[in-house]
Design a protein around this ligand. Structure first.
Ligand code: NAP
Length: 458
């Protein structure tokens, strides 16, 4: 895949980049490793001051970088601005809390292990390779970079090939903020070059956010090298609506949950599992609101839904819908690409989903909602769990027993009750099953790329 910014709203190529050669990649790995040897010894206060400076710079750059993101991958401009603001907040969060998250933990009763003192110390691992996707081109990177740099690691970013300008912006941002040369570098390389980087002995670990095939490949290579990985992969999140739910709120949030970021979010609500008592009302109101969304130029402040990020992405979504309709699903709205340039796809609702349809099993990475009718909370859990994914899940109910059932039984890394799944710096984020393993954000996220060193003193 060429490394290039292509405007998905028009199909126009904005800028192309030469991939780095092997020698330059080698040199950058060397710089990352040298930087680690010094950075790991710096006081938290110094790292925090730099991280806060990065947050301030990002705030100042918000409009410009938002336009870059929108031009490269098509998200509505207001959402791009919000993403930049969220990144600055996450940087400040880790600037404030990293030291406490990584504070040595003394064992209260060292005599139990025949020691005078026993402590767990959290120490950085080294150079971490981050393989990242285009859908939240700032946020996916920052939620890795902020904790990694605060912990004393250094980062090498292999960003998705369609967001090179955002990748270079991030490298420059951390440099302007005062992080020494080599602490955070972008590698403009194709995915075929990832293996050599990962196998380099100076690279300690890897984190990948992206699709299942990419995750499988990186995890296999890292496994061969016995290197730590964190994988944040795809999702097909269920969104359960029960009769006691506040239906207006459930419908409004369902629309946002499915269509935010033009429907290209790993934690988007994708399968809407609705109790028969409220199914018709939900389907009618939800479809009405989906149909009313404005599809258009993502730079236009009035636009709700911009184009999909790539032509292939749109083809994938079209094929999933065609397969479902071909096997008897009912199209309640959308389903046909508009006659205009760019990779637009309308908000679409399909009902009558059966297990043999691909849409029931695969991730729909676009503004397409699938509706399922169920007769009980237990059946809702069964349908929700009938997937290989396990990222997020939402359940709408005011019944305490149902709330307990869903939080206990839904197979997911996060269950949100009466709300939509979202990521917050304060909460751990990650999946189970084929959605990946490991956690980002919160204290768990910063500890993923640390050595929990046991210290025993006799
Ligand atoms: P993708 O094709 O897997 O690409 C993600 C990154 O992996 C890109 O940098 C890509 O580079 C690289 N890559 C692809 N194949 C690779 C391979 N065999 N070896 C090494 N690197 C490889 O995914 P995407 O289409 O950009 O993103 C969409 C997917 O990401 C969805 O499945 C979505 O659910 C998932 N996602 C998950 C989360 C989460 O937190 N769980 C968050 C966001 C997105 P190139 O661009 O050069 O191919």
């Amino acid at each position: 895949m060429a490394i290039a910014s292509v405007n998905p709203a028009t199909g126009e190529t904005l800028k192309t980049f030469e991939p780095l050669g092997r020698e330059e990649v080698e040199a950058r790995i060397g710089r990352a490793h040298d930087a680690f040897l010094a950075h790991r010894r710096t006081p938290f206060a110094d790292r925090a001051a730099r991280m806060r400076r990065a947050a301030d710079l990002l705030d100042a750059d918000r409009d410009d970088i938002a336009r870059t993101m929108t031009a490269e991958m098509g998200k509505p401009l207001a959402q791009a601005r919000a993403e930049a603001a969220k990144c600055a907040a996450a940087m400040r969060f880790y600037a404030e809390h990293a030291e406490a998250f990584l504070a040595p933990e003394p064992l209260p009763d060292p005599a139990a292990v025949k020691a005078s003192r026993a402590v767990t110390r959290w120490q950085p691992l080294g150079v971490v390779l981050a393989v990242m996707p285009w859908n939240f081109p700032l946020w996916q990177v920052v939620r890795f970079a902020a904790p990694a740099l605060m912990a004393g690691n250094t980062g090498l970013l292999k960003h998705a090939s369609n967001v090179p300008q955002t990748a270079l912006y991030l490298e420059e941002l951390f440099s302007r903020a005062g992080f020494p040369d080599g602490c955070f570098q972008a590698l403009l390389i194709g995915s075929a070059e990832v293996e050599a980087v990962l196998r380099d002995p100076r690279v300690a670990a890897a984190t990948l956010t992206g699709s299942e095939p990419a995750g499988r490949s990186v995890a296999a290579i890292a496994g061969d090298e016995i290197k730590k990985t964190v994988l944040e992969l795809g999702g097909s999140d269920p969104y359960v609506v029960m009769p006691s739910a506040d239906l207006d709120a459930a419908v409004a949030t369902a629309v946002t949950g499915r269509t935010q970021n033009n429907g290209q979010s790993c934690i988007a609500a994708k399968r809407f599992i609705v109790h028969a008592e409220v199914y018709d009302a939900f389907a009618e109101r939800f479809t009405e609101r989906m149909r009313a969304l404005r599809v258009g130029d993502p730079m236009d402040e009035e636009t709700d839904i911009g184009p999909l990020a790539s032509e292939q992405g749109r083809t994938d979504v079209e094929e999933l819908v065609a397969d479902a309709v071909g096997r008897g699903a009912l199209l309640l709205c959308g389903g046909e690409r508009p006659a205009r340039p760019g990779w637009f796809y309308p908000p679409t609702v399909v009902a009558g989903i059966t297990p043999e349809m691909r849409i029931a099993r695969e991730e729909t990475f676009g503004p397409v909602a699938s509706l399922y009718r169920v007769d009980s909370a237990e059946q809702a859990v069964r349908v929700a769990n009938a997937t290989s994914f396990g990222l997020g899940a939402a359940a709408w109910t005011r019944d305490p027993a149902e709330q307990e059932l869903f939080t206990a039984e839904l197979e997911a890394g996060a269950v949100f009750v009466n709300g939509m799944v979202a990521s917050y710096p304060q909460l751990p984020f990650g999946g189970v099953k084929r959605s990946g393993y490991g956690r980002e954000l919160a204290a768990l996220g910063i500890r993923e790329f640390c050595n929990a060193k046991t210290v025993w003193i006799g």
